[in-house]
Design a protein around this ligand. Structure first.
Ligand code: SF4
Length: 390
């Protein structure tokens, strides 16, 4: 699920239905253009976008694209009842494109599905938007009650603490997306709320995306006022509260190389193994890698350490990273370790806090870099092991 894909707005305008709508961005943008967001109308130019073609006769929406539908309205809006069948027909005619239908009108989903919906269409992701516990308890059971091939939940704007555990435990929700309030929004998002949902998604092996912090983000009792949207995204990424590409709950999904390196990047502890003088494995813990670059993982360590002597004698190595929620996920990677002591490399990876360990600074002969190059990973989660070639 790529969050940067395009949108299709077959109609425009909406009515506020709950507290999450208070600072609706559609109303905000319409007000800036001197329009009234509550005037609902069919979109003149883009109503048939999925079937539109360019001069060469190719569809404007390419095969494989992920399309968010009704970003300036609600797909299940009452006023759009007369237009929805036509929209469904276009979705039916483009099985090569994925359409995401996100709504706050969960109570209308069941009655507004096409007749041949059956167990759902492969190219449709159904989602509900929940801003707090009350709306989650109201809307998620309705989403769980309808058949669909893909379901996800949006917590945007996330304005009240939410517990999703019982819903994630159903195994029906593939992804949770969270984000704070922006535009004219003034309601804060608390780090602890996001962390709780992140932990629950880890426990139930559900993809979690923390999209942006919103204008007001509170962490450790301190309020961060972040007006710039790009900074909000950067800060959400920097929080480490992401669980992307971890979708192994279904038998037909597999861990990817990218998913493994993303998993490693989140971990604070590294466990590395060398082959000792006696031929037995020797294992120890290190802080997180200083860099992950393609198949190469770099660590800083003491040149005088036992492991460096081991790797100089035998480059065979293993690294291991794990995460513990209610369930347990871990990855072991086999590869080779090189000991790098040249000054340009040492300089490249030097961090100011290394002064605590290497008193002579970046030129300290006891400071060196280990470069691990992996070739095969064993990924373990939900009592399942999978081999991934790197
Ligand atoms: S349902 Fe969505 S589009 Fe409609 S008012 Fe609420 S936030 Fe805005």
């Amino acid at each position: 699920m790529n969050r940067n894909d395009r949108s299709w707005n077959p109609w425009h305008g909406c009515h506020r239905v709950s507290e999450g709508c208070k600072n609706c961005y559609m109303f905000f943008l319409d007000k800036q253009r001197d329009r009234d967001g509550s005037e609902i109308h069919k979109n003149k130019t883009d109503a048939n976008l999925p079937l539109k073609k360019d001069r060469q006769g190719n569809y404007k929406i390419k095969s494989g694209e992920f399309v968010r539908v009704c970003m300036s309205s609600d797909f299940f809006l009452e006023e759009a009842d007369a237009w929805r069948d036509e929209a469904w027909e276009m979705i039916r005619q483009r099985p090569d494109v994925t359409f995401s239908l996100l709504t706050k009108r969960a109570h209308r989903i069941k009655d507004c599905l096409p007749e041949d919906w059956g167990d759902g269409w492969d190219n449709v992701y159904l989602a509900v938007s929940c801003e707090n516990q009350k709306r989650a308890d109201e809307r998620i059971p309705l989403l769980l009650d309808v058949p669909a091939k893909h379901k996800w939940v949006s917590l945007k704007p996330f304005i009240g603490e939410i517990d999703l555990e019982k819903y994630l435990a159903t195994g029906q929700i593939e992804t949770v997306l969270a984000g704070g309030e922006n535009y004219e929004g003034d309601r804060p998002l608390y780090y602890d709320w996001v962390k709780r949902i992140y932990d629950q998604c880890i426990e139930y092996n559900v993809e979690f995306i923390f999209g942006q912090t919103g204008n007001y983000f509170v962490k450790d009792g301190k309020i961060y006022h972040i007006k710039d949207y790009k900074t909000q995204i950067d800060q959400a990424l920097a929080s480490g509260l992401q669980n992307r590409n971890i979708k192994l709950s279904k038998e037909n999904t597999h861990m990817t190389k990218e998913g493994i390196y993303e998993f490693i990047a989140r971990q604070k502890t590294s466990i590395i193994t060398s082959v000792g003088e006696d031929g037995y494995p020797a294992t120890r813990a290190l802080i997180q890698p200083v860099l992950i670059d393609g198949n190469d993982i770099y660590f800083a360590t003491y040149t005088s350490s036992r492991k460096v002597a081991h790797y100089r004698a035998n480059s065979k190595a293993c690294v291991y990273f794990y995460e513990k929620g209610r369930s347990f996920s871990g990855v072991e990677i086999k590869g080779n370790m090189a000991v790098l002591t040249d000054q340009p490399t040492k300089q490249r990876f030097w961090k100011p806090f290394f002064n605590r360990f290497y008193r002579k600074g970046v030129t300290d002969p006891d400071y060196c870099i280990l470069k691990f190059t992996g070739f095969e990973a064993q990924w373990f989660t939900n009592q399942r092991t999978e081999t991934v070639k790197l």
